[in-house]
Design a protein around this ligand. Structure first.
Ligand code: AMP
Ligand code: MG
Length: 509
């Protein structure tokens, strides 16, 4: 008996069956009005080789082995009907028109018997939506997406998943810092998996072009398969569904704030309708607690997508989704109710996360002050967010000495202020913080930017051991794994402070 492979899965294609599509197959980049997708096959690669594989994701799909050819886009299995999705989006606050899957191609949906999941190759060549680019992906960005999606999943943060990473043995040319120095880099393809890859921008594109019929079809399709129990035929029903999206979006952003994740490119085309973290580009993790930090060099000027602003940007993006639903409403002004609900949902989730981070039984009105003071002192001197909260989950008395390891310069710690705050917190929890709860809210290991970079440096020399070690480590981010502490439970090393790929990331991927 051979091992169960991807080819032998039950492939279906509900999206193609139920929404309007392009009559032309494949083709050069172009405008494709009035459709939700275009059929297009992955471009064959010279020599796909499977390098990283998520056994957890494979388990969910019921597959035991990866096939290099299929995961590299060289083989199409029976039942697959590959396509690129058409969507639009607001990029950095401006309507950008048609975007779409420029370098992602959906192979199809897999019906496992328990659930239905969409599988997509990222980096497998041009589609009608590639605009001026090549549809390819480089190894460094593919490693970052593979490791981060799986790490986020194990952190309990809603996310698209990664099944595999293959290298293609094809060079891809990128000008990494956009400074006129293009260079060849190794190419790679990841296979990513989600309930669907429908985004806020998937709806916006139809409203923006006045195509209310296609908008209605897409809403019906989305609700029928992904939001069973909802009915969007009336204003009331539509608002109820939109509130559910608000809740899921707010929850995910509250999780980002809990673990110190900065998405980096929260354009509306990168907002999943399921509230999943999607499109890992120039994302980053906070090292020192700095709400103004963004990893994205393209956004360095205005820092629109900085850490501390993610909840507000979530609201702005959600308001654009609401705008796009206006043509389906009898009384569109009622959409404000959904926007207000987003703010309430975020408050609720964010307070809940703080209660967990600080080991409170529940979050009371008075706790706002405790949190505000904490986030303010955390910014006084360079302080590692992850280490700080982890050590806080372990201390036995309110004394800053036990948290020294979280500080970059131990002689600069504002000890007096800290001890005041710690005492306040300690009496708030009556000397008994729920530290078990805290350890499940404050991860010990996250995919710090320099950790991903070390995995990339090794992989570019064909050594995948670091990537595999990180993938294994980050499966249990809340557990103590002392054998790894010297290597991975530590502050950002000095070499990473100003290195490209660690403190600065471009959209070039
Ligand atoms: P992003 O900001 O990465 O979400 O990408 C914005 C848009 O550009 C999406 O429509 C992508 O599909 C497209 N895109 C990004 N990189 C490439 C590439 N190398 N080739 C083709 N399209 C791309
Ligand atoms: Mg995108």
């Amino acid at each position: 008996m051979g091992k169960k492979s991807l080819s032998s899965l039950n492939w279906i294609s509900r999206f193609l069956d139920e929404t309007p599509g392009d009559g032309i197959i494949g083709g050069a980049p172009r405008q494709v009005p009035g459709v939700c997708w275009s059929r297009v096959n992955p471009t064959p690669m010279p020599n796909p080789a499977l390098r990283l594989w998520s056994t957890e994701m494979a388990g969910e799909l019921g597959v035991e082995s990866g096939e290099d050819g299929l995961l590299g886009g060289n083989k199409i299995a029976k039942g697959m009907d590959p396509y690129a999705q058409r969507y639009g989006g607001h990029q950095f606050g401006n309507w950008a028109g048609q975007l779409g899957d420029g370098r992602a191609i959906t192979l199809g949906e897999v019906d496992t018997g328990e659930k239905i999941l969409e599988l997509q190759l990222k980096g497998s060549g041009v589609t009608p939506y590639s605009r001026f680019a090549d549809g390819k992906a480089v190894l460094r960005s593919s490693i970052r997406e593979f490791l981060c999606s799986e790490a986020m999943h194990h952190l309990g943060v809603p996310t698209t998943r990664a099944l595999s990473l293959v290298t293609t043995e094809e060079d891809v040319v990128r000008d990494i810092m956009y400074d006129g120095r293009p260079a060849p880099e190794p190419g790679a393809i990841i296979c990513r998996v989600a309930q669907s890859f429908i985004r806020f921008g998937s709806f916006q594109i139809h409203t923006m072009s006045g195509d209310h019929q296609t908008l209605r079809i897409l809403v019906d399709h989305t609700v029928k398969h992904h939001f069973p129990g909802h009915c969007t035929d009336t204003d009331v029903g539509l608002i109820e569904w939109l509130k559910r999206i608000a809740d899921e979006t707010a929850l995910t952003i509250a999780h980002w704030m809990r673990v110190g994740f900065v998405h980096g490119v929260m354009n509306t085309d990168n907002m999943s309708i399921h509230g999943l973290t999607i499109d890992y580009g120039p994302y980053g993790w906070l090292e020192d607690f700095n709400p103004d930090w963004t990893p994205n060099t393209t956004d360095a000027g205005s820092k629109r997508y900085r850490f501390g602003r993610q909840a507000q940007i979530g609201a702005w993006n959600y308001a654009r989704l609401l705008d796009s639903m206006a043509p389906l409403m009898e009384e569109p002004e009622k959409l404000y109710e959904a926007l207000e609900f987003y703010y309430e949902a975020y408050q609720k989730h964010n307070s809940g996360m703080w209660a967990e981070k600080l080991g409170l039984e529940e979050f009371n009105a008075g706790d706002h002050e405790l949190v505000t003071e904490l986030t303010s002192i955390l910014q006084r001197v360079e302080t590692d967010m992850t280490i700080f909260f982890r050590l806080l989950s372990e201390i036995k008395e309110p004394n800053i000495d036990h948290l020294r390891f979280a500080f970059y310069a131990e002689d600069a710690i504002p000890a007096h202020e800290w001890n005041d705050w710690l005492n306040k917190w300690w009496s708030r929890v009556s000397g008994k913080p729920s530290q078990e709860k805290m350890r499940r809210a404050n991860p010990k290991y996250v995919l710090r930017n320099w950790m991903a970079q070390l995995a990339i440096d090794a992989a570019e020399k064909e050594d995948y051991s670091v990537a595999i070690e990180l993938y294994e480590l980050l499966k249990r981010p809340y557990d103590d794994q002392p054998e790894y502490d010297d290597k991975w439970f530590k502050k950002r090393p000095e070499w990473a402070r100003n290195r490209v790929g660690c403190s600065m990331l471009s959209c070039s991927s």
